[in-house]
Design a protein around this ligand. Sequence first.
Ligand code: ATP
Ligand code: MG
Length: 365
Amino acid sequence: MADKIILTGDRPTGKLHVGHYVGSLRRRVVLQNSGEYKRTMVMIADAQALTDNFDNPEKVRQNIIEVALDYLSVGLDPEKSVLFIQSQIPELTELTFFYSDLVTVARLQRNPTVKNEIKLRNFEADIPVGFFTYPISQAADITAFKATTVPVGEDQLPMIEQTREIVRKFNSIYAPVLVEPEALIPSDAASRRLPGTDGKAKMSKSLGNCIYLSDDADTVAARIKTMYTDPEHLRVSDPGHLEGNTVFTYLEAFSRPEHFERYLPEYASLDELKAHYTRGGLGDVKVKKFLTAVMQEELEPIRKRRKEYERDIPAVYEILKKGSERAREIAAETLHEVKDAMRINYFEDSELIREQAERYRKAAE
Ligand code: ATP
Ligand code: MG
């Protein structure tokens, strides 16, 4: 128990949205507060963001503070979690370089997440090498801190699998230094991959179909008003479909029994609401109103806390600086062990030098 370690992170390519929240952020806060982990490491992956935003470093630079504010506002606590910036830990680059020896081009090409993202970014013709190999750098991020547990959305599973392979290969060739991590994904499908407000498969900064944690109450309400539902559900009396109905998917991810008591007491549960919808006689407007109430309740304290942190931006940078220093210490320890295992510790190995000196002396005699 006491040796369990968490690592997660996000790319600073925009503010964080409710997909990040249900997929990973809210779980991190629970784990951070559970007392079951020796350490919680939370990384702003700026170097990874640059792999496909290399021509727009200002975007990455401006979004570091946004992601940090989002972290603090959801309840990640710098007293309990190490919040740090990837590029400030040069040890990660060194690890990436060594791990690159253990991964084939064919294996990277098979990674379904990378495949998908290459398509999304129209990179088919000319993929930057850095982008193509980011799963290796992600393995460095995870293993540098000996993370056992990585709370992520579903799209990250292939990354964790790739990391596990690298760990096994490293440990079997060199020495058992690295720890095989496990992904921790949400138990419900809606939270594992929250769709966009447009009904598209994934809410994603790159697709512009997001509700951001920092959106004000009016924006959230407006986003839900125009949210994709069932295009065949024209009259209230029509039977409605749940399949692909974004409003119900969001209710899966966000609603809890107490929300029904508070805002919709005529239904005992989401199942009852669904049953009425499919039977006919329940209008989209009513369901959307309920979702709005549920989401505002969840987001209001987050917005409030954000406002407080926004008042002292230098203090937020100080948190990141301290966190980065701490992260660097830990990563340096792992790198040291890795180099020992790989036998590239020449200057520290007095036995190596002594033995060779002896050998050459004898040969000269
Ligand atoms: P980008 O489009 O720049 O890749 P993104 O929105 O996919 O941005 P990431 O920073 O790549 O965000 O992902 C950070 C974390 O949030 C990962 O653990 C990922 O699995 C999770 N996540 C991202 N989008 C969703 C979503 N729609 N539903 C559930 N989890 C998500
Ligand atoms: Mg992503």
